[in-house]
Design a protein around this ligand. Structure first.
Ligand code: NAX
Length: 327
């Protein structure tokens, strides 16, 4: 049997953690022949709950799960980790504004960034799910100077999947017929879910949809606000779909994206498509041999540019709000 892959998961006793780690243990990330070790990080008050989750993992008798580490110390959680899935974060409390959320999360991602820097395996790849995901990712990346910056990504795959699903439903086509969907920018309500460069059955999506005003006035806000809609209906935020998107993100990065298609990932920005530099910005990416590349050469119109500028401006404002967490 091959050596196990070490997967660190933070916030492992939380809602997304509960929907995520059983799938990892089941082999959903790397396939049915690849053993895994789970290295689960929580904060001290949640360690009892984490013990309970670990009991359930044992009770599943997953053949691929060779070891489970439970800890409240980041240095232990990230030791020799090949993948680090940063799910845990300070949730938004009543009356908290986005800027308060940003500053509450700053210290968490400073200390986790440092622990990643000092402990992970040479090939480590990092996925940030905990909100505000893009800016938390930036903080972790900047505090891990010895890990190549391109190994740090923020998850916008849930938004991507939501967009793909909305287009499939609208046109009555199967999901696999909908390709080349993009989420640009921030995982927040300013994100730009782009159907204009998408395809349905290999044709431009706008032509198949046949209704640009639906794309602009229904599709875009539906995807942007879907998280809030789930909270309103369920009384709790997206958990199974977020865990599934995290699985998809890792699967794509590990095994590659489908030929001719692309996926959305928040990655370190170097200014492509007039996005701001020095933030974590979601782009369309292709992936081969574990390396992602931002799709080049898409033509943007004024509408696209305006949307990309708006979400870029929000990311710059977020970066300014946590400037003291960036060395
Ligand atoms: P929960 O509050 O259920 O779980 C979070 C867990 O993280 C808790 O168990 C908590 O003890 C733990 N935690 C807090 N600080 C920690 C630290 N410093 N180290 C380790 N663990 C820590 O939230 P859940 O519903 O699981 O959501 C987790 C995060 O994902 C939230 O920030 C949430 O906003 C974010 N989301 C991101 C999404 C995305 O698409 N990028 C979508 C879903 C979700 O909203």
């Amino acid at each position: 049997m091959t050596d196990p892959i070490r997967v660190a998961v933070t916030g492992a006793a939380g809602n997304i953690g509960y929907a995520l780690i059983f799938r990892i243990a089941n082999g959903d990330l790397f396939g049915p022949d690849q053993p895994v070790i789970l290295q689960l990080l929580e904060i001290p008050p949640a360690m009892d709950a984490l013990e309970g989750v670990a009991m359930e993992l044992e009770d599943c008798a997953f053949p691929l799960l060779t070891q489970t580490v439970l800890t409240d110390e980041p240095d232990v959680a990230f030791a020799s980790a090949n993948w680090a899935l940063l799910v845990g974060a300070r949730p938004r409390a009543a009356g908290m504004e986005r800027k308060d959320l940003l500053s509450a999360n700053g210290p968490i991602f400073v200390s986790q960034g440092r622990a990643i820097n000092d402990n992970v395996a040479d090939d480590a790849r990092i996925v940030v799910v905990g909100n505000p995901a893009n800016t938390n990712c930036l903080i972790a990346m900047r505090n891990a100077p010895d890990v190549p910056a391109e190994r740090f990504t923020a998850m916008t795959r849930l938004d991507h999947n939501r967009a793909q699903s909305q287009l499939a439903q609208k046109t009555g086509r199967p999901l696999h017929a909908v390709t080349n969907v993009t989420i640009w920018g921030n995982h927040s309500a300013t994100q730009y879910p782009d159907a204009f460069h998408a395809q349905i059955d290999g044709q431009p999506a706008p032509a198949v949809v046949g209704d640009d005003s639906w794309i602009k006035e229904t599709f875009i806000p539906t995807v942007q606000k879907r998280g809030a809609e789930v909270i309103a209906a369920r009384g709790a935020s997206s958990a199974a779909s977020a865990a599934n998107a995290c699985i998809n993100h890792v699967q794509s990065w590990h095994a590659g994206a489908a030929e001719g298609d692309w996926v959305s990932m928040g990655v370190p920005s170097t200014g492509e498509y007039h996005s701001p530099t020095g933030v974590i910005f979601s782009y369309p990416v292709t992936i081969r041999d574990g390396v992602y590349r931002i799709v080049q050469g898409l033509e943007l119109n004024d509408f696209d540019r305006e949307k990309i500028a708006a979400t870029g401006a929000e990311l710059l404002a977020e970066r300014a709000a946590i400037a003291d967490s960036l060395p």
